[in-house]
Design a binder for this molecule. Structure first.
Ligand code: KIV
Length: 254
């Protein structure tokens, strides 16, 4: 798709029902993101997510998908300790969860682990820029790569990931110009989130782009629906119908 200039459409999914819908709607890649920690589990960060959580959610997604590639995030501390441990954990995601590839955050510091995986049949997606598992080190969710030093580091990390054999790189919250330069530099697709339209593809967290939350409204998210309002209204109507005994009707009864 990069070679033909066809932009790659990616979304997150954490369950069978949304995976089936997104797959049928033509999505190219479904990421079982560790954003499941924020979106489904109610945590403030992705840090508490475990390998077992990712296996559970990935299994649900994989069961529903007919076309899309399923990529699973490696959670915090499942690939940092040693390349061997990273390799074993990535292998569990492939064998037990059934994903087609894994994603991990970081550049030069993870290339040994990435090489071990890619030389042994595990496709790896990289993730640079704002890498949420490092939030306590960053101190904020601001964009990354807006200073010369940060931009040079991200470029070097992208080169290192490419050399280690990744098949794609997510660029999160980096300046559009930098993302475009990285996209031109590497021969693998770049997938942007808050990284402008010069990337080879785009990814969003599905609950953000469908308006499931009233609070989280970063400028890089386009809201394609206002599901929070639609669902809330539906539930209000249901409560009212139950209270008034207008639900269930005789047609809805046996
Ligand atoms: O966990 C996630 O959802 C992600 C995307 C934001 C790229 O990593």
């Amino acid at each position: 798709m990069k070679k033909s200039g066809t932009p790659i459409a990616c979304l997150t999914s954490y369950d069978a029902m949304t995976a089936a819908m997104f797959d049928a709607a033509g999505i190219d890649v479904l990421l079982v993101g560790d954003s499941v920690g924020n979106v489904v589990q109610g945590h403030d960060t992705t840090i508490p997510v475990t390998l077992e959580h990712m296996i559970y959610h990935t299994q649900a997604v994989v069961r529903s998908v007919e076309h899309a590639m399923v990529v699973t995030d490696m959670p915090f501390m499942t690939y940092q300790v040693s390349p061997q441990e990273a390799f074993r954990n990535a292998g569990r995601l492939m064998k037990e969860a059934g994903c087609g590839a894994v994603k991990l955050e970081g550049g030069q510091r993870v290339v040994e682990a990435v090489s071990l995986m890619t030389t042994n049949g595990i496709p790896v997606m990289g993730h640079l820029g704002l890498t949420p598992q490092s939030i306590h080190q960053f101190g904020s969710y601001r964009e990354r790569g807006s200073t010369q030093d940060e931009a040079e580091q991200i470029m070097a990390d992208a080169r290192a990931l490419r050399d280690a054999g990744v098949f794609a790189i997510v660029l999160e919250k980096v300046p559009a110009q930098l993302a475009q330069e990285i996209t031109a530099m590497v021969d693998v697709p770049t997938i942007g989130i808050g990284a402008g339209n010069g990337c080879d593809g785009q990814i969003l967290v599905w609950t953000d782009m469908m308006g499931m939350s009233t609070e989280f409204r970063p400028r890089f998210v386009r809201r394609y629906a206002e599901l929070h309002d639609i669902i809330s209204e539906g539930v209000r109507s249901y409560v009212s119908d139950v209270r008034s005994r207008s639900f269930p009707s005789s047609e809805e009864s046996y």
